[in-house]
Design a protein around this ligand. Structure first.
Ligand SMILES: Cc1ncc(COP(=O)(O)O)c(C=O)c1O
Length: 415
């Protein structure tokens, strides 16, 4: 079924707000999405009726809390085509990337080895591996980005050719350029050169917007975050092949993750529990289950179709506007709906302030992609990101605001 934006908007209480005397136009879902009533209700239900701790209780409330928590594992696994035993809950995507960096990369790679990363990564999917490389003495090789915002796969083939790449980390969808990467293609390229290489993908910007099937993508691990997919803040996941999890060491130790403890050591619980030390995010898991149900009900194909249509309208308007440069692919077939651009002669922060005065929320800055910004030769961009609650009515004040910013700030403009 096509997305009914007017009906969907009524499910998001924040969207009913006015800001600065204007209708709120929320175009920053790539930073965090809004929360539907169903997610708020699921979290409140846990706090109001089933509040207790998970796994150890022998009473009904504890059973309900455990069901709420473990139910989220099953729901998330279903959404992304994974085995629930491979779903490790983390605080967010950043922690998921750190978990594989600490649990696997640091223990496996050393001098003489190489890790493949890309220039377009969010810091979350780069810094944990660079930090590990600096400590452990392996090399990080970066796939460059082409002029039109794609990964340079010819160069990637050259970078893996000596068979020394034992781990690859790259994003499914760029949060800055919007590029949808050919995940199976790059994974195959890495494994052709070294069949034992582990492929880790940052799916943070993919899961909320595209149909995702990690088995079909052919990756070993996949990071995601709840707060960008209509879920609460404070919960994300590393979705991995359970066999890979078996080969990993925990990053955090203590309660919940152990099988036995003596005064001199401990043995670990089964996967995935061995990676979830301490009392977990129970209310957030309940909220995440509702977020998954919300996405499933919309249908990931319908979400994608809506964003392709609205994104194409937006890209066409930006192409028509004077003095706007879009960064990344310019057709929706190749990209997601987080669209970064520069306004000639106007600092992104001035654009952001002009838009804020119109009630329009966009992101300005480096988007946690400083190496990419350096490659592009800029410090910052404006990023407008679309989701199911946006339609052409939201583009109007945005485009008005951009024209006003040009009129006020741009020097020597042509119109
Ligand atoms: C591509 C990408 N990866 C990772 C992250 C980190 O997500 P979180 O802040 O939830 O850890 C983000 C968030 O902006 C992102 O866009």
């Amino acid at each position: 079924m096509p997305i009914d934006v007017a009906a969907i908007r009524t499910e998001f209480p924040t969207l009913a707000r006015e800001v600065r005397g204007e209708r709120l136009v929320y175009l920053d879902s790539a930073a965090t999405s809004q929360t539907p009533e169903a997610v708020l209700a699921a979290m409140e239900r846990y706090y109001r009726t089933s509040r207790s701790n998970v796994h150890r209780g022998v009473y009904l409330l504890a059973e309900e809390a455990t069901d709420a928590y473990e139910g989220a594992r099953t729901a998330l696994a279903r959404l992304v085509g994974a085995d629930p035993r491979g779903v490790v809950f983390t605080k967010n995507a950043t922690e998921a990337c750190n978990l594989i960096a600490y649990g696997y990369v640091r223990r496996t790679l050393g001098p003489g080895d190489a890790l493949l990363c890309t220039v377009m990564e969010h810091h979350a999917n780069m810094v944990p591996f660079v930090h590990a490389a600096n400590d452990r003495g392996f090399e990080v090789r970066y796939v460059p980005v082409t002029e039109d915002g794609h990964l340079d796969l010819a160069e990637a083939a050259r970078l893996v050719a000596d068979g020394r790449v034992r781990f690859a980390a790259f994003t499914h969808v760029s949060n800055t350029l919007g590029t949808i990467n050919d995940v199976p293609g790059l994974a195959a390229l890495v494994r052709d050169a070294n069949p034992d290489a582990v492929v880790h993908v940052d799916g943070t910007q993919a899961v909320p917007h595209l149909p995702v099937d990690v088995a079909a993508l052919g990756v070993d691990s996949y990071a995601l975050t709840g707060h960008k997919m209509f879920g609460p803040t404070g919960i994300g996941a590393l979705v991995a092949d359970p066999a890979l999890l078996e080969r990993m060491e925990p990053m955090l130790t203590g309660g919940e993750m152990i099988r036995d403890v003596t005064l001199t050591g401990a043995t670990w619980n089964d996967v995935p529990h061995r990676f979830e030390a301490g009392t977990p995010m129970i209310a957030e898991a309940a909220g995440l289950t509702a977020a998954v149900a919300f996405l499933e009900e919309l249908g990931p194909d319908a979400v994608r179709a809506h964003e392709v249509e609205l994104g194409a309208t937006f890209l066409a308007a930006l192409a028509d506007a004077d003095g706007i440069t879009v960064h990344g692919p310019t057709t929706m077939a190749e990209r997601g709906a987080a669209i970064s651009f520069s306004v000639d002669g106007v600092h992104p922060h001035d654009v952001g302030a002009m838009l804020d005065a119109r009630g329009v929320c966009v992101r300005v800055g480096h988007h946690c992609c400083k190496p990419l910004m350096r490659e592009l030769g800029i410090n910052a961009t404006v990023r407008a990101s679309l989701h199911v609650y946006n339609d052409a009515d939201d583009l109007e004040p945005l485009l008005d605001g951009l024209a006003a910013a040009r009129a006020m700030f741009a020097v020597g403009r042509s119109a």
